[in-house]
Design a protein around this ligand. Structure first.
Ligand code: ADP
Ligand code: ZN
Length: 215
């Protein structure tokens, strides 16, 4: 199974990707996770990406395509994969098309998560992450709140709000999504690959995807 998950930041892409990984025994490829890892490790890619990410801007397509070319060629991708947070622009989608062709691979579907914007804003600005790098537990003031305000339930370290989860940055990330990523919905619809599921909670969205995939 080879899937793309499309959805605004905060639509639950990461959560749903993990459920699909279990269901279909495929790997999740998250460009956001790869980039955060590169920033933490201080690699050349990480140093190039860091400033864009802090502002909530997209990292240049050339950097992203370098990462993906390497990643999709790794052996664990052979049984299938789910792309989470990639492609994010039409040029990335076009480059992905060329890359898949080169690898003789075809996509099964592009799942578009349609989640109301007010749900997304509440979710993103309410997110708090454990500041301990070896824990990184995630809480949410709207739902999964920590037992004690500002403190990690798992390890007791202080919780922080990621720079890119502050309200003004969240709004600009959503504007970037609307301008640069939402056009992919039409792009993949024209290729006959698009499947849209609507809702608020990740579990029912996941179940709807599985039903539509019919596998
Ligand atoms: P979210 O989906 O919540 O915005 P991600 O974890 O997918 O967050 O990405 C975090 C940041 O990493 C993005 O705001 C962007 O700066 C960068 N990024 C991730 N994937 C891409 C991509 N495919 N193209 C450009 N930038 C990306
Ligand atoms: Zn912790």
């Amino acid at each position: 199974m080879r899937l793309i998950l499309l959805g605004a930041p905060g639509s639950g892409k990461g959560t749903i990707a993990k459920m699909l990984v279990e269901k279909y025994s495929i790997v999740q490829i998250s460009t956001g996770d790869i980039l955060r890892g590169a920033v933490a490790a201080g690699t050349p890619v990480g140093r190039e990406a860091e400033a864009y990410m802090k502002r909530g801007d997209l990292v240049p397509d050339s950097v992203i395509m370098g990462i993906m070319e390497e990643r999709l060629g790794e052996p664990d991708c052979a049984p299938g994969f789910i792309l989470d947070g990639f492609p994010r622009t039409i040029p990335q989608a076009e480059a992905l098309g060329g890359l898949l062709e080169k690898l003789s691979l075809k996509l099964d579907a592009v799942c578009n998560l349609d989640v109301p914007e007010e749900v997304i804003i509440k979710r993103l600005t309410g997110r708090r992450t454990c500041s301990n790098p070896s824990c990184q537990a995630i809480f949410n003031l709207d739902g999964k709140a920590p037992k004690k305000e500002g403190v990690c339930d798992s390890c007791g370290s202080p919780l922080v709000q990621r720079d890119d989860e502050k309200e003004d940055v969240v709004r600009s990330r959503l504007a970037t999504y609307a301008g640069k990523t939402a056009p992919l919905i039409g792009f993949y619809d024209r290729k006959g690959l698009l499947m849209t599921v609507s809702g608020r909670e990740s579990k029912p969205l996941f179940e709807e995807i599985v039903k539509k995939l019919g596998a």
